[in-house]
Write a protein that binds this ligand. Structure first.
Ligand SMILES: [Mg+2]
Length: 458
């Protein structure tokens, strides 16, 4: 099943909190790119490539890497995920955040074609509920306690306190939040590399009496000796985050027993496949792991959650619901209920959202498709419906109406059908016109797209 088209679309989502800050940066938005990969049968898979300066991946650089990596995908067999990803690693070192977008889009595409959720590609769902660890961005101790209370009132039980390397002030933050939430709340801290090892030991020993379950990345990425010293000196579980920036690095952290736990992220590790491998390494080496912060649209969270479902060894609350702190998410379908995310799918961009992938949605989809389950982890129930199928439904009058939210229909972006419409004669003729345009698009594609693919060469 050849890949015939790739699309890279900018995805910038504003944060609800315009003063959002952590030890390394402050930003009112989260940036990234949505990758769409279309196979010759019209099925489209979606992935998200995050932009993160602190992983050496600024916005334009991720786009540049995606441009180079996506181009040679055309003509390749979409089912050959392992081969494609291996080739991408051969032609380009690193750039894991860009590769994550492609990895996820390929798995998404495969799942949609097979009609299974993505977790089935990794062994099926062993876990279906995910308690959510929520981030408290850096503010004054009083303001952080207030924000923690707001989350607790929505049912959240796990909190990540961002700190920034000032021992006394950071301890005050922890004390204020514990006082506000009481003894049952689960507290963790994330220093984002802001401490020297000895200061981290001092701070964590002062915080320990307040009950801290976990401390993330207290020291610089490169200071593995310092990280190990902190791990051995404090009674709190120490977790590597930024230091676990690649599969190779996870191997070193586990082999040398530098930390007690590792924060796995599909973004920094280059996608689902490598993150699954990282979890296996942790399992084998006796190091704890969980899914760390996946900050981006619901699409990113859905993919990370699907993988988490196939990882029963996850030891603690994961961070799969940071989409809740963003606005203008083009995806929908995941809900945080009483601080817990339930295994599910995100779907269709909302009506009239300009960028991003599009689908047709029908409440009657299962019925009219004769039981064919065309669902992927991140796909709406009609993700596999093509324009031709819609036309058939209209012609045969199986339905009294069909809800069209947006009409990607597996075709290029210019085939959008906006808004909701009842299918009457006027709509039918419109769809037929678009079918002709789709055919025209296929006919005018460069001939080179139909040639056998020789290999990856940017
Ligand atoms: Mg972190």
């Amino acid at each position: 099943m050849k890949i015939v088209e790739t699309l890279i679309e900018e995805t910038i989502l504003p944060r609800k909190d315009k003063d959002w800050k952590f030890a390394l940066a402050a930003s009112p938005v989260t940036q990234g790119w949505t990758v769409s990969i279309r196979a010759e049968d019209g099925t489209v898979g979606y992935g998200y490539a995050a932009t993160m300066n602190h992983y050496g991946a600024p916005h334009a650089a991720v786009k540049g890497a995606l441009d180079a990596l996506c181009k040679p995908l055309i003509g390749r067999d979409s089912r050959n995920i392992a081969g494609i990803l291996d080739d991408l690693d051969r032609v380009m070192l690193g750039n894991n955040l860009a590769k994550c977008g492609i990895d996820c889009a390929l798995h998404d595409l495969m799942a949609r074609r097979l009609g299974v959720p993505v977790c089935d590609l990794f062994g099926g769902a062993a876990v279906r509920e995910f308690p959510s660890l929520r981030i408290l961005p850096i503010k004054s101790p009083a303001d952080m306690a207030k924000n923690a209370r707001a989350l607790a009132d929505r049912g959240v039980q796990y909190f990540k306190i961002k700190i920034h390397g000032e021992v006394n002030e950071d301890v005050e933050r922890v004390a204020a939040i514990r006082a506000e939430l009481g003894p049952k709340a689960h507290l963790t801290i994330d220093a984002n590399q802001s401490y020297a090892a000895k200061d981290a030991i001092r701070a964590l020993n002062l915080m320990a009496p307040y009950g801290i379950d976990l401390a993330e990345q207290p020291v610089k990425v490169a200071d593995l000796a310092g990280l190990k010293a902190v791990t051995q000196a404090v009674p709190i579980t120490i977790e590597a985050d930024e230091a676990a920036y690649s599969l190779d690095q996870v191997m070193i952290l586990v082999r040398e027993r530098i930390v007690d736990a590792i924060s796995l992220k599909i973004t920094k590790l280059g996608g689902l496949r490598k993150t699954y491998a990282a979890a296996q390494i942790c399992d084998a080496g006796g190091v704890k792991y969980r899914m760390g912060a996946h900050v981006g649209p619901m699409l990113l969270a859905a993919h990370a959650m699907q993988l988490a479902a196939a990882l029963p060894g996850i030891w603690y609350a994961s961070e799969l619901s940071e989409f809740d702190a963003l606005t203008e998410d083009p995806w929908e379908g995941l809900n945080l209920v009483d601080g817990v995310l339930h295994l599910g799918r995100c779907r269709v961009p909302a009506d009239d959202h300009e960028p991003g992938p599009e689908h047709v949605v029908s409440d009657h989809a299962e019925e009219v498709r004769g039981g064919h389950q065309g669902v992927g982890d991140a796909g709406g129930p009609c993700g596999v419906l093509g324009l031709e199928v819609v036309l058939d439904l209209v012609e045969e009058r199986h339905l009294a109406g069909l809800e069209l939210r947006l009409g990607d229909l597996g075709e290029p972006r210019h085939l959008r059908v906006r808004g909701r419409a009842r299918l009457g004669r006027r709509r039918r003729s419109g769809l037929k016109r678009q079918t002709r345009r789709a055919q025209s698009f296929r006919d005018t594609r460069p001939r080179s797209l139909d040639k056998p693919y020789d290999g990856v060469a940017c």
